[in-house]
Ligand binder design. Structure first.
Ligand SMILES: Nc1ncnc2c1ncn2[C@@H]1O[C@H](COP(=O)(O)OP(=O)(O)O)[C@@H](O)[C@H]1O
Ligand SMILES: [Mg+2]
Length: 272
């Protein structure tokens, strides 16, 4: 088995541990940049999207690549999933509790503090937090003037004490969950850079229930899924993001996680 580990031209501290875990199961992994024209995707038994972290400004190009790659080999997650999941308007249609979201720069509800973000984003890019309603509206109008869909949400303080909980599933099976640090807290320095900075956490029953309800809404077989949950002021868990495209997997936080990811891949490549 030869499998492409789809990456970018930048750092990714999960690349080596994942390739090592694959090799332990006899899967020969090779890093390949998604936008490298020299890669022959048909030379692989599968391609696994991992650190394609530069797709946000080039989404059309990325999705066109995904369709091409899928025509040449097995792509995880499937191109249809990547297409759907790279625009957060999917949150509107899931039928599960999500962070309250106003999808327009006009008629904002009265909230103590606003988060304004584009529907196509990652890593809190072009995202602001403000108590000033006029500023929230102006920023949202600016995004709309660029042809982008806006999302305006109340700032949920729970991310600062309870945190954002990310539950990881490989081939539909729960692997591990981490509490991630808040990203929209000025002056937190390193702590504000949430990626890679987290704490292993056992989800509560209501969080498991919601995560599984969310995943139940997706028809396709998923190699990897990360369900990001936050709590409303009344304690209700809600979905902030379902990451089926290129989630960082926090593998270093759980001893067995990289192996579980490898077993999930092996199982999907050679169904019994
Ligand atoms: N409504 C919100 N309340 C509090 N924090 C938020 C809110 N929306 C986003 N954030 C913070 O910003 C981060 C990025 O937002 P998210 O919606 O996950 O988009 P993406 O990860 O794709 O940039 C979250 O992980 C969280 O720390
Ligand atoms: Mg996120």
């Amino acid at each position: 088995m030869r499998v492409a580990y789809v990456t970018w031209d930048g750092p990714d501290d999960e690349r080596e541990p994942v390739l090592a875990a694959w090799l332990g199961l006899g899967i020969e992994g090779a890093p390949a940049r998604w936008d490298d024209p020299a890669v022959d995707w048909s030379s692989f038994d599968a391609a696994v999207v991992r650190s394609a972290w530069d797709y946000v400004d080039r989404r059309d190009e990325f999705l066109a690549w995904a369709r091409r790659a899928e025509a040449a080999t097995r792509l995880f997650n499937p191109a249809s999933v990547l297409t759907w999941n790279t625009d957060k308007t999917y949150l509107r249609d899931l039928g599960v509790p999500i962070v309250p979201t106003h999808w327009s720069s006009t008629g904002l509800p009265d909230w103590a503090e606003y988060v304004v973000k584009p529907a196509i984003s990652a890593g809190a890019r072009d995202t602001i937090r403000t108590a000033d309603r006029a500023r929230a509206e102006a920023f949202a109008a600016e995004l709309e003037s660029q042809g982008r869909t806006v999302m305006i949400q109340p700032y949920l303080e729970s991310v600062e004490h309870e945190g954002e909980l990310s539950l990881h599933y490989f081939a539909g099976q729960f692997s591990h969950a981490v509490r991630r640090n808040p990203m929209l807290v000025p002056g937190l320095g390193d702590l504000g850079e949430a990626n890679g900075k987290a704490t292993l956490r056992d989800p509560d029953d209501d969080q498991f229930e919601l995560a599984e309800r969310v995943l139940g809404q997706v028809a396709e077989d998923l190699l990897y899924a990360r369900v990001d949950l936050v709590r409303m002021p009344d304690g209700e868990p809600v979905l902030i993001e379902l990451e089926l495209t290129e989630p960082y997997l926090y593998l270093a936080y759980e001893l067995d996680a990289a192996d579980m990811f490898a077993r999930a891949l092996a199982g999907m490549l050679t169904p019994s």
